[in-house]
Design a protein around this ligand. Structure first.
Ligand SMILES: Nc1ncnc2c1ncn2[C@@H]1O[C@H](COP(=O)(O)OP(=O)(O)OP(=O)(O)O)[C@@H](O)[C@H]1O
Ligand SMILES: [Mg+2]
Ligand SMILES: [Mg+2]
Length: 301
């Protein structure tokens, strides 16, 4: 197969591993910095130009699109789709997953367990907002936050109110969420490929920290998932239309709750923690679904 990895940095662990896994299986693989491509949008012979070279006839694409490059990145993925390539994640699913609020709404509609969540931009009724999610303690999140920054635990109603007022003063969009205390600062990253969880790890926040992000000093370990956790992760990825996804779960007293879903999940933490060849699993998935003549993606834009 001819495979394109769309990545801004060939040196990143995830990019290197995907290239290596494709080469080990004798595929013709090219890493393409999608930010430097340009496209010809025409119905007859659409194409992508990169480094003066016309990119054509790719069987499969692996998008590794960072959050800050979503707009142009998904446009390039879409162009490869228009040309008939099978993408490990469709442009549409990537765009959808980048909006945290939209993602929660889609998951809720499918009946997937979520922490009770309220959303607000500029409400005057802060007391009501806090009460809708069950009252303090609550977790308050900036919609644009990442790596745990912009996620606050407010232990009392008064603290929650002050934090919400402060964010409102900054004109920020926020989520207010039921605090899942029984998760005890841990979450579970399920790596989904196709309709399977191929690897999973438990992340534990540093001492006294409720956020489990590795960027905030958390550490990761192998974990055994319950059948319910597995099926929740698979159903969540499917609801989002993602073929490759990192689904983060909280273990609550009433079962697994989906916290968020990532469409370009990193490979380093999960491979090093579990010893699973996740990159290989992604290439295998493409082999099964993107074989020449099998690229039957019929995407509605
Ligand atoms: N409702 C909650 N109850 C308990 N703990 C939570 C809750 N929401 C978040 N956390 C903890 O805080 C951490 C960070 O929250 P979250 O993953 O929502 O934001 P983020 O990590 O900043 O976003 P991203 O993963 O996109 O970078 C989670 O990994 C989890 O450990
Ligand atoms: Mg997170
Ligand atoms: Mg996220």
């Amino acid at each position: 197969m001819k495979i394109a990895i769309l990545s801004q940095d060939p040196k990143l662990y995830s990019t290197r591993r995907l290239r290596e896994a494709a080469e080990n299986r004798h595929h013709d693989v090219q890493v393409i910095n999608f930010m430097r491509c340009y496209m010809n949008i025409t119905s007859h012979q659409p194409f992508v130009i990169y480094q003066g070279q016309r990119l054509e006839n790719f069987d499969a694409i692996i998008p590794r699109i960072g959050a800050s490059a979503t707009f142009y990145g998904t446009a390039v993925v879409r162009q490869f789709e228009v040309m008939g390539g099978f993408s490990a994640n469709t442009s549409q699913a990537i765009s959808r997953s980048r909006d945290k609020l939209r993602s929660l709404q889609i998951l809720a509609r499918k009946g997937i367990g979520l922490p009770v969540t309220g959303f607000a931009h500029a409400t005057q009724d802060i007391d009501g907002l806090i009460e809708t999610v069950g009252g303090a303690p609550v977790v308050i999140k900036l919609l644009e936050g990442t790596q745990g920054i912009g996620v606050v635990l407010a232990e009392t109603h008064q603290a929650a109110k002050s934090v919400i007022e402060a964010f409102r003063g900054l004109d920020a969009n926020i989520l207010v969420q039921e605090y899942i205390a029984e998760a005890k600062g841990t979450d579970i990253r399920c790596f989904v490929v196709g309709e399977k969880v191929v690897a999973a790890m438990k992340r534990q926040g540093a001492e006294g920290e409720f956020r489990s992000n590795l960027h905030r000093g958390g550490k990761a370990d192998k974990v055994r998932l319950t059948p319910e956790e597995r099926s929740t992760a698979v159903r969540a990825a499917k609801a989002m239309g993602l073929r490759v996804a990192g689904v983060d779960l909280l273990r609550s007293n009433h079962g697994p709750l989906v916290m968020e879903i990532n469409s370009s999940p990193g490979l380093e933490g999960i491979e090093k923690t579990t010893g699973v060849d996740v990159a290989g699993k992604i290439i295998e998935y493409l082999e099964k679904n993107a074989a020449p003549g099998k690229t039957t993606d019929r995407i509605q834009y």
